[in-house]
Design a protein around this ligand. Structure first.
Ligand code: ATP
Length: 368
């Protein structure tokens, strides 16, 4: 009997070694029913190995995996209500779209021909390929092939669908479009998706929650907003999006904030208090480029520092500035080009003396 608190998928202290090399280290995670959960990390961080253990292609060296309250230890892949969609899609070129989807039901014993045809038709409808049912795989586009693989995977009505870099084979524009399609299909079927990706934007767009991995370990689990706005370590802050990172020392508390000495910024600044840090502690300070305001006139308030524009890149709708601090550090600031102004687009030009400012709430203290 599954208790109300029992998560749908529970990964408990799972490790995997290949000889003396530990590819996955003591991973503990839970995934809720109907979630899109991403495993995000660079090449070789162990995300595919973790996925393969869920599918049953690899046995954990230590730890246990429970799906819907059932311990999966020793359960072979074909007896797990889990389907894995591979990067290559593994679509059969000699078969029609329809036959490829029906192939997923080959081992569904007790399903008669009519029920099978009905399921295939429903899946083709779900991925909007009904009109392409009779085409062979070389007669359809890359995006459509991806949808055939998805329809085939979902035809068996798995409880859990594992997607290994599902969008890697698509070009950028198609990838963006397909991300939304995947989300819509997931919402309509309610199947729990676990997605492996090394692409942070993809993980941010697709996922309800993300586990950021590094060298076999899970470094942080959270919603895309949590991961971006509240990274817990230098690694996660640097891995997701771009960030200005400084070394700092805790000077003390100041109301709800921490006061820090940041030599690279030439003095003291206020930052969000992560609680638990002590006076004198050396920590990291991270500020996202889009949280830094640039102005010609000195603004009111706290966290105001002077600098000089060393470099700027104009992207049309916005510009990225590199501002030199008196101590020599370069700070990146991203500004939207919302007004044209009389003296050119953007808030400042090369070599301009400017003021940078940021809210204490945008200054993230990193202990790790
Ligand atoms: P990528 O994004 O490059 O696919 P990944 O995060 O999915 O990377 P894994 O495929 O899980 O990484 O591999 C993690 C580590 O384990 C790598 O260093 C890899 O070389 C090693 N590894 C994976 N499978 C085996 C195996 N069967 N035998 C030995 N080492 C392996």
């Amino acid at each position: 009997m599954v208790s109300a608190e029992e998560p749908f998928l529970r990964i408990e202290g799972v490790s995997k070694s290949f000889g003396t090399f530990q590819a996955v280290k003591d991973v503990t995670l839970t995934v809720g029913k109907g979630e899109i959960f991403s495993l995000l990390g660079g090449s070789g961080c162990g995300k595919t190995t973790l996925l393969r253990m869920l599918a049953g292609f690899e046995e954990p060296t230590a730890g246990r995996i429970f799906l819907d309250g059932r311990d999966l230890a020793g359960v072979p892949p074909w007896d797990r209500p889990i389907h894995m969609m591979f990067q290559s899609y593994a679509i059969f070129p000699h078969m029609t779209v329809e036959a490829n989807v029906a192939y997923g039901l080959k081992h569904e014993h007790g399903m008669d021909k009519a029920a099978r045809a009905e399921r295939v038709a429903a899946m083709l409808d779900l991925v909007q390929l009904t009109d392409f049912a009779k085409r062979k795989s070389h007669q359809i586009s890359g995006g459509q092939r991806q949808r055939v693989a998805l329809a085939r995977a979902l035809a068996r009505q798995p409880k859990l669908l594992l997607l290994d870099e599902p969008l890697a084979a698509l070009d950028k524009k198609l990838r963006e479009h397909t991300q939304f399609e995947l989300m819509s299909i997931q919402q309509r079927t309610g199947v729990t998706f676990i997605v492996v990706t090394h692409d942070q934007e993809e993980a941010m767009t697709l996922s309800d929650r993300i586990a950021v991995m590094d060298r076999g370990e899970v470094k942080q689990v959270g919603s895309p907003t949590d991961i971006y706005e509240y990274p817990v370590s230098r690694f996660v802050a640097g891995f997701i999006g771009s960030v200005n990172a400084f070394e700092a020392t805790v000077l003390g508390h100041d109301g709800p904030h921490l006061r820090l000495e940041v030599p690279a910024l030439g003095g003291a600044v206020l930052a969000r208090d992560p609680l638990g840090v002590v006076v004198g502690q050396k920590i990291g300070l991270a500020v996202r480029p889009e949280k830094i305001r640039i102005s010609k006139d000195r603004p009111e308030g706290v966290n105001v520092v002077a600098g000089q524009v060393k470099d700027l890149a104009y992207f049309g709708k916005d510009s990225l500035y590199r501002i030199a601090m008196p101590g020599g550090a370069l700070v990146q600031a991203h500004a939207v080009n919302s007004s044209r102004g009389d003296e050119g687009v953007g808030v400042a030009d090369w070599d301009d003396a400017v003021w940078l400012s940021f809210d204490p709430s945008a200054a993230i203290v990193l202990v790790d």
